[in-house]
Write a protein that binds this ligand. Structure first.
Ligand code: ZN
Length: 418
């Protein structure tokens, strides 16, 4: 099948086409695998899941954070399909009881797309997950990611200090890496003459060829902490560390930030305020955190209302009350949602944008960190200021018709709303 034809087919049509081919035994497993992966790439999937189930082999794609079922194929094809994927990823195809990991580069319309393959044995057969690396089509321009304009402005001013630590926090799949890369590119664009830059990543998701990017390698005893210590001897102005997972990396990173480097990284925490206390709870000295940390960006990705089938609607009463409660002085906006159309595969949404909160560490927060304030105290303090917490940012985007209030309920933790 040619790619243009495949592009035009709906998900249901692909499923039917594959079933028909299988039913008449008119297929090669390599072609069938290609169709599945190519269609998934066309749908801008972040990950493909191939699961052995009672109904057969269930092939699901995550698009904009939600699953769509691409096809269900007969269970008899399972071993062949998994073997084909193993061959593509250079794995051992006859080994069915071990965990295997590999990588595939796929070409769709001349554009290479890298996929990370993970296969694990389960009681009903092997389960495969193929995750897309950031693709070349993705935008890494900070002002096009969907942050509010004043957030971008404040992030940029922190960046151009070339000093201190900026942390991104959010669950996996919340766009942290995309933002980190965008920050790096912003520095390349504006400060290339002043700054030497390097990254330490696990894995290197996208190769820019604009600055050195280092891959963590456990076999070579090169982890985030030892990599960071090594690059510091080269004295770069900007260091991006893929993730802070342990106290040692956090400590070396914060000390680097204290001594005139800009350190960009991600850390696992629920919110921007919680990130601050998380660092203290990791055993770091409050005075180091207080003096080295410049800011924290916490974010989630929400689905964007499909602009092609957008319509006005009224959310249910509890949601309207919630809006009024959080946005106190604002009148209710006109709410929008998608109706469902071909452009959005009848999901009513198309694409995603971040909802975010930015915590800049000022003198007040520094003294709170020094006195080991709890997350709730920091949050309460920010509540007395004119601070845009994540839920506010989300509702601003609802007001603009970019997303729905239902989407904010689904994605943003409402625990922090008082
Ligand atoms: Zn639509």
């Amino acid at each position: 099948m040619d790619l243009a034809e495949l592009e035009k087919m709906s998900i249901g049509a692909v499923d039917k086409y594959l079933r028909d081919r299988v039913a008449t035994s008119d297929f090669r497993i390599s072609e069938l695998t290609d169709i599945l992966i190519q269609k998934a790439i066309m749908l801008k999937t972040s990950d493909i899941h191939i699961e052995p189930t009672k109904r057969g082999i269930r092939i699901r794609c995550r698009v904009d954070g939600c699953f769509q079922e691409l096809a269900v194929l007969p269970a008899t094809l399972h071993d062949q399909l998994i073997s084909r994927i193993k061959v593509l990823a250079d794995l051992i195809s006859h080994q069915r009881s071990i965990v295997q990991e590999g990588r595939i580069t796929y070409n769709v319309g001349g554009k290479p797309q890298d996929l990370r393959v993970s296969i694990v044995p389960t009681v009903s057969g092997e389960n495969a997950v193929l995750r897309m690396f950031s693709s070349s089509q993705e935008t890494f321009e900070l002002d096009k990611l969907g942050y509010e304009r004043d957030v971008v402005k404040r992030i940029v001013s922190m960046l151009f200090d070339l000093n201190g630590m900026i942390l991104l926090t959010g669950p996996s799949g919340s766009g942290k890496t995309t933002t980190l890369y965008s920050l790096m590119l912003e520095i390349v664009r504006e400060m290339d003459d002043y700054a030497s830059m390097i990254t330490i990543e696990d894995p290197v998701e996208y190769e820019f060829g604009l600055f050195p990017q280092m891959q963590v390698d456990r076999n070579a005893k090169l982890d985030f902490a030892s990599g960071l210590a090594a690059v510091l001897r080269q004295d770069p102005e900007v260091i991006m560390v893929g993730e802070i997972r342990d106290t040692e990396t956090a400590e070396v990173g914060l000390r680097a930030a204290l001594t005139g480097h800009l350190v960009l990284s991600t850390i696992h925490a629920g919110s921007a305020c919680e990130t601050v206390t998380r660092l203290i709870n990791m055993g770091l000295e409050p005075f180091i955190v207080a003096s080295a940390l410049s800011g924290v960006i916490a974010q989630r990705l929400v689905r964007k209302v499909c602009q092609a089938c957008k319509e006005e609607y009224s959310p249910d009463r509890s949601k309207l009350e919630f809006f009024s409660h959080v946005m106190r002085d604002r009148a209710l906006p006109t709410f929008h949602r998608g109706k469902g159309c071909e452009a959005c595969d009848f999901t009513a949404y198309r694409g995603r944008i971040p909802v975010a909160e930015l915590l800049e560490i000022d003198d007040d927060l520094r003294s709170m960190i020094l006195s080991k304030a709890q997350t709730s105290q920091i949050r309460k303090h920010m509540g007395t200021k004119d601070w845009t917490a994540m839920v506010h940012d989300g509702l601003i985007k609802v007001s603009k018709g970019l997303t729905t209030i239902e989407e904010i309920f689904r994605v943003v933790s409402l625990r922090e709303v008082s």
